[in-house]
Design a protein around this ligand. Structure first.
Ligand SMILES: C[S@@+](CC[C@H](N)C(=O)[O-])C[C@H]1O[C@@H](n2cnc3c(N)ncnc32)[C@H](O)[C@@H]1O
Length: 256
């Protein structure tokens, strides 16, 4: 049995977001985007739409659009919008982000999705933050707000940390260097925060949980069991013995 035929439980069953983000920090980001209330909210690379749906719940007059290339995530976002009575104000589209030619919105979210405007992650190239920030600049109305979350180096990368990632030291910027790029793109930095190691631990454990859930649901003699166990262990080692404390995540609250 190969990876492509293996059906693991969906990530949304063990993660609230596809990023290291605590409830407290999420509430802070929602408050930044909703005080004052926006009219239009756009989430580029929205995953299953949890943050966008919370913004719409906090801003009952706002309309929102979430875009993600992963159709399973968009299906989940639509189902959650329906469950929360938000379908009349929320639309979700499963399309590549580059196809979005929206008029600018007064509140925009882009968390962990800069690759929309750069090389695909599989190409193992440095993340093109500048291209993402240029594109986002056009999607935010003058005076509008952007929550931009992206991976950074939070400590000097070393070989054990980079090996399970792209293998290169220049894949990410430091937080200071990213802040400079953000300013150069024309945004005002209102606030900036880094995910804590606890947020990372929760995220990584949640990411691996689909493997343990699969193992719990299947007989130890299942032909794929050894492979699932190996994949779990590779992920655990990559994090705990590799990039833990080195790969970081910054959340910037920005004004356009
Ligand atoms: C790290 S996840 C973050 C998801 C979400 N923003 C969150 O914080 O939970 C990155 C998301 O970007 C999406 N993505 C990657 N490339 C994309 C593209 N070219 N167009 C649209 N979405 C893309 C992925 O499917 C994934 O859901």
């Amino acid at each position: 049995m190969t990876d492509s035929t293996l059906e693991l439980p969906p990530l949304y069953e063990s993660l609230t977001w596809l990023t290291p983000l605590s409830e407290e920090r999420a509430a802070h980001l929602v408050a930044f985007l909703t005080e004052p209330a926006p009219a239009e909210v756009l989430d580029m690379g929205c995953g299953w739409g949890e943050l966008l749906l919370r913004v719409l719940t906090s801003a009952p007059q706002a309309r929102g659009r979430g875009v993600d290339s992963a159709s399973a995530s968009i299906d989940r976002a639509k189902q959650q919008a329906s469950a929360r009575g938000l379908l009349d104000r929320a639309t979700f589209d499963s399309i590549p982000g580059l196809e979005v030619q929206d008029r600018p919105a007064d509140a925009v979210i882009c968390i962990g999705a800069s690759q929309i405007w750069g090389p695909p992650v599989e190409d193992a190239q440095p993340l093109d933050y500048a291209a993402a920030l240029r594109a986002l600049r056009d999607l935010v109305l003058p005076g509008g707000r952007l929550v931009y979350g992206e991976a950074i180096w939070s400590a000097t990368p070393h070989p054990a940390a980079t090996a399970p990632l792209s293998g290169r030291d220049d894949e990410f910027l430091t937080e200071d260097a990213l802040r400079e790029q953000i300013r150069a793109a024309g945004f005002e930095v209102v606030d900036q925060e880094q995910a804590s190691i606890q947020e990372w631990d929760v995220f990584e454990a949640g990411y691996r949980a689909r493997f343990t859930r699969w193992l719990e649901a299947h007989d130890a003699g299942h032909p794929a069991a050894a492979q699932v166990l190996r994949q779990y262990e590779e992920l655990r080692a990559a994090y705990e013995e590799g990039y833990r404390g080195v790969l970081g995540m910054s959340y910037f609250c920005l004004k356009g």
